[in-house]
Design a protein around this ligand. Structure first.
Ligand code: GTP
Ligand code: MG
Length: 609
């Protein structure tokens, strides 16, 4: 459209890729070289600011930053690459006019590359391909560019989109080049490509003001902060404003504070206009998807489509006899409900449903990681809770039950190929593709019901001695594939409350893997380990050695116990069956039966674990 007004001094760009292809590291290089942020020694992945992101080395939420290059303001958005956080990506893409599609120069396009590229193409964006990690020994830029071109074709890219520029870069080294024969020395070739290939934002400051709230943040000083791109018009601090909710309700108020990004921080400004990505602080009760508009023309912008959840867990307050004993500060169901409601405002992929007649809340999200990150965050904030085993969300359509199916990509050494195919086959997976990579590893692609994949990750890592790669990505809802054959492994259940005794655990470890250490608190109904023989077994973890003389009493310490498994949230959630719960406190993760006493438990057939 020729006569549209554009803001020549602004570029809005998102960085998208498969997990670990180097988005956040590349942002480091851009911030460093444009002087937007002064890095301290050894500081990396500066945008991964949340402690869980740092610990796990993954980006969980999208974040904005901004820098100046050749007198143009670049607003960039770093996005998460993990499929579970994919519901973020689409709404982020609505804020920008261009995307950098990063593809690892060795791995090539992977499942999430396809997912994020598809979303970009559908929104008519014209991606810039960045073949990244060029410093890797096995980099194969030609093949990777060709494979990415094929992916564009497969996704029905237009001729214009297919004419994408290619930049070869190493975010780690901070170099980029357009010509493979010339070694890059800095990021300028990439910055110039963005400058010339990403269109400045269409922006008419004379139209009535409109901004779609795309992200929300909270600040103890500023309160609720609504983040988004101004689509039309302009605003000044103190202007009257209308909030148009997704339900069409209009509320009027005033703009208390407008902030713009400078580097990683936001600074207060007097005004902002169409094309800017801004934060507006101090407007209460806003939700992602609401529109801020002028009071003269309070009209909502088109709604953002958010991917529906595929998995749910039931959250409730901790009812174990040890509740409150591990330093938890938020213990009641009201605490938990309020925290979850707060979460759902910003974490838009999450849905909440109160279970009728109870204080329990069904929390639905995009996958195990999505939900377990939420649990881990709450735990660190001082919440105690108990959660049920993850369940996939089934839907009924035209009289048929449908279930979520994932596309799974595994890469393993040749010698593990047979075992992996067999194990996934037993879980109703259909193999779609098999390829040998340049390094001789095998890449296999499967379609598998999400439900059948639960618990497979730990089995897979064990099977491949920790060296296998596995990525899963929601594919589509398909007809329910039938029940999985039940496997039998029972558990050992503590019969009473007290601290576990080494002598007792020594006897019990013959029956199967033990999850606790001597001295750990146990209670009636708590699961303390596996019973290799199929059934559940009530055991005494407190049994002491009979003292025949004084000397024997001290010999407990000499008992050789197999060190217990490190109880992680991921393992716990994968392990528990339908009649079991995970108890989560700031200090411990325990497994328990829903019914703590034998009377409360019905004899049952074990589900797979
Ligand atoms: N060799 C090499 N390694 C890199 C490069 N860029 C990033 N890495 C490494 O790749 C891993 C992932 O880097 P990140 O920057 O966190 O990747 P990401 O795409 O932001 O990951 P997610 O946000 O979790 O999807 C880290 O171990 C980095 O050190 C690069 O240019 N070369
Ligand atoms: Mg990242």
């Amino acid at each position: 459209m020729p006569n549209q007004k554009r803001r020549k001094g602004v570029r809005n760009v998102a960085i998208i890729a498969h997990v670990d292809h180097g988005k956040t590291t590349l942002v480091d290089a851009l911030l460093r070289q444009t002087g937007a942020y002064e890095f301290k020694d050894g500081e990396t992945m500066i945008m991964d600011s949340n402690p869980l992101e740092k610990e796990r080395g993954i980006t969980i939420t999208s974040k904005n930053a901004s820098f100046m290059y050749k007198d143009v303001q670049f607003n960039i958005v770093d996005t998460p690459g993990h499929a579970d956080f994919g519901s973020e990506v689409e709404r982020i893409l609505k804020m920008v006019d261009g995307v950098l599609l990063l593809v690892d120069a060795f791995e090539g396009p992977m499942p999430q590359t396809k997912f994020v590229l598809k979303k970009s193409l559908e929104l008519h964006l014209k991606p810039i391909l960045v073949v990244n990690k060029m410093d890797r020994a096995n980099a194969q830029p030609h093949q990777v560019s060709d494979l990415t071109f094929d992916l564009f074709c497969e996704l029905n890219a237009t001729d214009e989109q297919l004419d994408f520029p290619i930049v070869y870069a190493s975010g780690k080294d901070g170099t980029a080049t357009l010509d493979l024969d010339e070694k890059g020395t800095d990021m300028k070739p990439l910055l110039d490509t963005i400058l010339h290939r990403v269109l400045p934002p269409v922006a008419d400051p004379d139209k009535p003001f409109q901004m779609l709230i795309t992200m929300l943040a909270y600040d103890s000083y500023l309160g609720c902060i609504a983040i988004g791109r101004i689509v039309h018009g302009k605003i000044e601090t103190g202007d009257a404003i209308a909030l148009v909710t997704t339900d069409g309700v209009v509320r009027e108020g005033k703009i208390p504070k407008v902030l713009k990004y400078r580097g990683l921080r936001t600074v207060e400004v007097d005004s902002a206009q169409a094309g800017d990505i801004v934060s507006i602080a101090g407007i209460d009760a806003v939700k992602v998807g609401d529109t801020l508009a002028s009071v003269e023309a309070p009209e909502a912008l088109p709604k953002i489509k958010i991917d529906e959840p595929t998995m749910s867990m039931v959250f409730s307050h901790n009812t174990s006899p040890l509740s409150g004993r591990d330093g938890g500060r938020f213990l009641t169901s009201r605490h938990i409900r309020e925290r979850l409601e707060h979460e759902a405002l910003t974490n838009v992929g999450i849905k909440l449903e109160r279970l009728e007649g109870t204080e329990k809340i069904k929390v639905s999200g995009r996958g195990e990681l999505h939900l377990s990150i939420l649990i881990e965050t709450m735990r660190r904030e001082g919440y105690e809770l108990e959660v049920s085993s993850p369940q996939v969300i089934l839907i009924e359509m035209d009289g048929q039950t449908l279930e979520p199916v994932e596309e799974v990509l595994v890469e393993v050494e040749q010698r593990y190929q047979g075992a992996v195919i067999e194990a996934l086959g037993a879980r109703k997976a259909d193999m779609q593709d098999m390829q040998t990579t340049v390094t001789g590893t095998i890449r296999l692609k499967f379609l598998i019901p999400t439900r059948c994949l639960l618990g497979f990750r730990s089995e897979f890592l064990k099977m491949t001695r920790g060296a296998g790669l596995m990525y899963q990505n929601f594919f589509q809802y398909q007809k329910y594939k039938g029940d999985l054959p039940h496997r039998s492994a029972g558990v050992q259940i503590s019969m009473s409350k007290g601290q576990a005794v080494a002598f007792a655990l020594f006897g019990l470890q013959e029956r199967g893997e033990i999850f606790i250490r001597p001295g750990d608190d146990t209670y009636e109904g708590m699961i303390i380990g596996v019973n290799n023989k199929g059934n559940d077994l009530v055991v005494n973890a407190l049994r002491k050695k009979k003292l025949s003389n004084m000397r024997a009493s001290g010999s407990d310490e000499a008992i050789k116990l197999t060190p217990p498994r490190e109880m992680t949230l991921e393992f716990a959630l994968e392990f528990i069956g339908d009649d079991e719960l995970v108890e989560i406190t700031p200090k411990n993760i325990r497994l328990r039966k829903k019914g703590l006493t034998e009377n409360q438990r019905k004899p049952r057939i074990r589900t797979a674990r």
